[in-house]
Design a protein around this ligand. Structure first.
Ligand code: FAD
Length: 289
């Protein structure tokens, strides 16, 4: 007997989950769609967190849709503040931390990534923060407004955008980059130099070729022997996939949840999309699963 495909559950109410839900309705899917998200908000645009949200004290959060539009207009159930912690592929049930079970015919994992943490800074008393959520961005914005001394670990795109916003607001900003130049993996030296000069013109200071070895409550210690005075350290040193559910399902997920070119995992009717997915790429030569 053919199985029904009436109930779709999406674990992760971020950009990929939201766009998948919208696309299902746009393509005429008439069954139930439930989005389960651990954050207390309906899905929002994450790029704003290092841009508009930092640049103005009254910039509003850009939601992809308001909660009511998901439910009323698209008939999509959205459960916020609910972390999916387990999944039974045989019984087709996702369980959340608050004890609820959600039955599915098909499941989309859209759990994104989490910032890589820097253990050298843990427990020394200095305030450390990451930039991943609305709450992170609003907290960083308060520091910018207070004109704090800010050390930023990682001269990648997010670190540089945060550095620019902070320096333009009058903060004293130092970016610590372990490579000898900015964005070294993606761009040639000429571009690195242009980007660095542009940031210097806004008052950003750079330390290249050094890593963080520890901190005091008011400074960051570096491998080159320097101590950088700071009230706050923002860490932007990459991300790791949020793959706990995939691990519960026994899926390989070290670098991301492996999927084929159609987003299928090896478990029937379980898919993955967005930053959590490790998808076959002709360009990068990754093998399909
Ligand atoms: C500060 C910042 C700036 C960026 N700027 C740009 C940019 O300019 N251009 C660009 O292309 N990209 C940018 N990105 C990257 C872009 O935001 C991501 O590629 C995009 O958000 C990925 O979407 P996603 O849905 O896969 O993951 P996310 O948007 O991270 O959503 C995943 C969601 O799943 C939730 N979740 C995780 N685990 C669970 C669980 N077990 N149960 C329930 N919910 C769970 C998370 O809390 C999160 O809400 C930026 C990212 C950041 C952080």
């Amino acid at each position: 007997m053919a199985r029904t495909m009436n109930d779709i559950v999406i674990a992760g109410a971020g950009q990929a989950g939201a766009r998948a839900a919208e696309a299902l309705r746009a393509r005429g899917f008439k069954g139930s769609i439930t989005m389960i998200g651990e954050e207390p908000h309906p899905p929002y645009e994450r790029p704003q967190l290092s841009k508009s949200l930092l640049q103005s004290s009254d910039a509003p959060v850009a939601y992809i849709k308001q909660a009511a539009d998901w439910t009323r207009t698209l008939d999509i159930r959205i459960e916020t503040g609910a972390a999916a912690i387990d999944c039974d592929a045989d019984r087709r049930i996702v369980s959340t931390a608050d004890g609820r079970d959600f039955r599915f015919d098909r499941l989309l994992l859209a759990t994104g990534t989490r910032p890589r943490r820097l253990s050298a800074l843990e427990g020394a008393g200095i305030e450390v923060q990451y930039l991943r959520s609305v709450e992170d961005a609003l907290r960083f914005r308060r520091h910018i407004q207070a004109r704090s001394r800010i050390a930023i670990v990682g001269g990648g795109v997010i670190g540089l955008e945060a550095a620019c916003a902070a320096a333009r607001s009058g903060c004293h900003v130092t970016v610590i980059e372990s490579e000898e130049r900015l964005l070294a993996r993606a761009f040639p030296p000429l571009v690195s130099a242009l980007v660095a000069d542009r940031h210097r013109s806004h008052g950003v200071t750079f330390v290249f070729g050094a890593t963080v070895t520890g901190s005091t409550s008011r400074s960051v210690n570096l491998s080159n022997g320097a101590d950088i005075a700071a009230d706050l350290v923002l860490v932007g040193v990459g991300v790791t996939p949020s793959a706990e559910l995939a691990v519960r399902l026994g899926l390989p997920a070290a670098e991301g949840i492996a999927v084929d070119a159609c987003g299928r995992t090896v478990v029937p009717d379980i898919f993955c999309a967005g930053d959590a997915a490790l998808q076959w790429s002709r360009c990068h030569g990754r093998a399909p699963i």
